[in-house]
Write a protein that binds this ligand. Structure first.
Ligand SMILES: Cc1ncc(COP(=O)(O)O)c(C=O)c1O
Length: 387
């Protein structure tokens, strides 16, 4: 396939087909079944957690995790401004209010110092901070050592949004192992996919049981339909879990392919004035979900939008980093603790095709397009000015 090149398309093959067919033939087509159990066990094992609950999306996992952390109306939840809207939306589903905190300038994750400042300010104002959500942006784990320390002192639980980070680690600890609970996404554009899906991870048995119960309409364990709480229809099906199980077997291979793509982009941009690879300084533990460049348009004398427009014209997808939540019309007027770093990353960043399913011809095409864009630009100095 050398047609349209996507940012991060699903990468499925023979093994996925085998396990999905096996699930269909087993008769376990109705929601749950042995593939769900096996997928949960494999996920918990990969993320060094005691429990995993397979759910219909990362967003539903965030929602149920927040409910189980006791988040509700009148509470606030601290959320990094540099994230996908799902992180903040899930807070709103509970009736609580998101408060946005800026990111560190290098890796784009929640800035621990600013988090500390935000928690102190909110406490002084008498607001109850019911949880903080840390996001592992583009598969680079947040600084949990500092974040967990700050939150422990403040008595606030940490929910880790590792939607983009399966397979990454920090100081040897896998993504998904941090916080009171963590969530994963298996959306079609993630490192592994179940077409749509997610998971909740925790070491707390009761937490996992409650999330399982809430995700299956909060049915009481009696013969008839008995409900004492509002429940949700958020479970992952057995067929989709089969797809996830096959994908998980291939996780390391798929991450290695994404890493090679990052290395290819690093070579192309190595000598380009004003351009650097985002998160490259220390990406040995990242899953390289998406590779992005940061463009200092004064030093480079071109803007990321110009490269993006050229790629779009050639049917190659590229996209800016997440537009910060405090800039989103839907969150206009929301409380935010900012230093301008997320705004700067949004203005400078461009994510490039990073999927493990890209074939060599597609990779060559993207490289050729970028090289020809750069060679048409006058400024091709040897230094690299974005810090
Ligand atoms: C940081 C982040 N959080 C949450 C989600 C939501 O996951 P899902 O699409 O599976 O609901 C995503 C991605 O989609 C994400 O990137």
């Amino acid at each position: 396939m050398t047609g349209r090149v996507y940012l991060s398309a699903p990468d499925v093959g023979v093994r996925e087909e085998e396990l999905c067919v096996a699930a269909l033939r087993s008769g376990w087509v109705a929601p749950l079944g042995p593939m769900v159990d096996a997928f949960e066990e494999a996920l918990a094992d990969r993320c060094a957690r005691r429990y995993a609950v397979a759910l219909s999306s990362g967003t539903s996992a965030l929602h149920l995790a927040l409910l189980e952390l006791g988040v509700g109306p009148h509470d606030v939840v601290v959320v990094p401004t540099m994230t996908f809207a799902a992180t903040a939306n899930a807070v709103v589903y509970t009736g609580a209010t998101p408060v946005f905190v800026d990111c560190d300038p290098h890796f784009g994750n929640l800035d621990p110092d600013l988090l500390d400042e935000a928690l102190r300010s909110l406490r002084r104002e008498g607001r109850r901070v019911a949880a903080i959500i840390a996001v592992d942006l583009l598969g680079h784990c947040a600084d949990y050592r500092q974040i967990e320390n700050i939150c422990q002192n403040a008595g606030v639980p940490v929910l880790s949004d590792a939607a983009e980070a399966l397979g990454a680690s920090r100081a040897g600890r896998p993504a998904g192992s941090f916080g009171t609970a963590a969530i994963l996404s298996f959306n079609g554009n993630k490192v592994i996919t179940t077409s749509g899906g997610g998971a909740l991870l925790t070491d707390d048995e009761r937490f996992a049981e409650r999330v399982r119960y809430l995700s299956t309409q909060a049915r009481q364990p009696v013969a008839h339909y008995e409900h004492t709480e509002i429940g949700y229809n958020y479970r992952l099906s057995n067929i989709l879990a089969a797809l996830g199980l096959a994908q998980l077997e291939r996780l390391e291979e798929m991450i290695a392919r994404r890493r090679r793509l990052r290395e290819g982009y690093s070579e192309i941009f190595a000598d380009i004035e004003g351009v650097k690879i985002f998160q490259r300084e220390c990406d040995a533990e990242d899953n390289c979900w998406l590779t992005a460049i940061l463009v200092d348009s004064v030093a480079a004398e071109w803007k990321p939008e110009e490269l993006s427009a050229m790629l779009t014209a050639a049917d190659v997808e590229s996209r800016s980093l997440w537009k910060p939540m405090h800039q989103q019309p839907v969150f206009a007027g929301a409380r935010a603790f900012l230093r301008g770093d997320a705004d700067r990353l949004f203005a400078a960043g461009l994510t490039l095709p990073s999927g493990s399913a890209l074939c060599p011809a597609q990779v060559d095409r993207v490289h050729m397009l970028i090289r020809s864009f750069l060679s048409a630009r006058p400024n091709r100095g040897a230094s690299n000015h974005v810090s």
